[in-house]
Design a protein around this ligand. Structure first.
Ligand code: B4P
Length: 191
């Protein structure tokens, strides 16, 4: 199975690149952020909890996310592979993902880390906030999200580097150029 993680700060292009990758390789897109936003829209029990955290720029508690993910994989076991977009975001989530995939006789083959400077991240997210009105795309919450990213998510780079699975990609280029960088690596790994 072709299991890929797209990793980066808020606004680095994870969702944008994931959509292009699934089209090219026919993978299943799992965006924990998108799933949580649907739960919020439907005002489910999980959505009500998630809303509190997301509106404050905080991560939703690990166990809720891990259970949600295992449930999704159980419902779609026949995919060619998965794009994990915005997951894992903590070391505990990464360890849980390893276990969940091992139980299904598969593993992550590559982790793409998109790097973008902070002022560009801020610019993109503020622009999206104006267009989409997302509850967490406002200046105060964006700063909080960037701080949470540095503290809790960035250490994952080392986790995957040690496993030899980390591929760094410059995320500040055009959407097409970033995509070309990613597909170059995937094609090399797969074919
Ligand atoms: P996400 O939905 O993952 O939100 P995000 O980090 O902002 O990234 P997204 O993928 O949406 O945006 P992208 O960079 O593609 O998470 C939202 C929240 O949910 C989190 O803060 C957290 O609270 C919670 N959550 C989600 N997963 C969780 C987990 N695993 N554990 C705990 N909590 C979790 O794009 C941003 C903008 O940039 C777009 O407008 C795009 O058009 C633009 N853009 C992209 N690439 C560009 C490029 N190359 N050039 C110019 N613009 C570009």
């Amino acid at each position: 199975m072709l299991n890929i993680v797209i990793f980066g700060a808020p606004g680095s292009g994870k969702g944008t690149q994931s959509k292009l990758i699934i089209e090219k390789y026919g993978l299943l897109h799992i965006s924990t952020g998108e799933i949580l936003r649907k739960e919020i829209e439907n005002q489910t029990a999980l959505g009500l909890i998630a809303e509190e955290y997301i509106s404050q720029g905080q991560l939703v508690p690990d166990q809720l996310i891990i259970d949600m993910l295992a449930d999704i994989l159980d419902k779609s076991p026949h995919s060619k592979g998965y794009i994990f977009d915005g997951f894992p975001r903590t070391i505990s989530q990464a360890q849980a993902l390893d276990v969940i995939l091992r139980e299904r006789n598969t593993s992550v083959i590559a982790v793409f880390s998109l790097s973008v400077e902070e002022d560009e991240l801020m610019r993109r997210l503020l622009q999206r906030g104006e267009l989409d009105g997302r509850l967490d795309d406002n200046p105060e919450t964006i700063l909080k999200r960037l701080a949470v990213y540095k503290e809790q998510t960035e250490p994952l780079k080392e986790y995957y580097k040690k496993k030899g699975k980390l591929f760094k990609v410059k995320g500040n280029e055009s959407i097409e150029d970033v995509f070309e960088g990613i597909t170059g690596v995937i094609d090399h790994l797969v074919y």
